[in-house]
Design a binder for this molecule. Structure first.
Ligand code: HEC
Length: 102
């Protein structure tokens, strides 16, 4: 009986992970909070930016530029390696989430 229940729930868990367009969850999973703080509100250092409430399009463009190396100013090199594991659809979901945080 126990096995049956497990077999039933496993596919549900997988599909939830694959469809992860949940920006809030991604923000945590991709470790953004370790530098930018919870909800993008509390960066760990004064030269790290707050992200909440910013325009989604602007956030997305900055993430793309930091990932590609086009933006290479200030402290952006500390963030660049983190972006290797973040796809453009992840960035879009995260940008929408952050823009919605007041
Ligand atoms: C290792 C620390 C670190 C991590 C992890 C990190 N960032 Fe950053 N991020 C920075 C720093 C530092 C800057 C500012 C770069 C500069 O000085 O120009 C920045 C800049 C940004 C900007 C541009 C903000 C602006 O106002 O122009 C966005 C958007 C952003 N980060 C989003 C994210 C997201 C989303 C994640 C997770 C996928 C993430 N960051 C992970 C350190 C980090």
């Amino acid at each position: 009986m126990k096995k049956l229940i497990f077999a039933f729930f496993l596919p549900l868990t997988f599909s939830a992970t694959t469809l992860a367009a949940d920006g809030k969850a991604l923000y945590t999973q991709k470790l953004c909070a370790t530098c930018h703080g919870a909800e993008g509100k509390a960066p760990i250092a004064p030269m790290y930016p707050k992200l909440n409430g910013q325009n989604a399009t602007y956030l997305l463009n900055q993430m793309k530029d930091i990932k590609s190396g086009k933006r290479n100013n200030g402290m952006s090199m500390t963030m660049k390696p983190m972006m290797a594991a973040v796809s453009e659809s992840d960035m879009t979901a995260i940008a929408d989430y952050l823009a919605s945080v007041k």
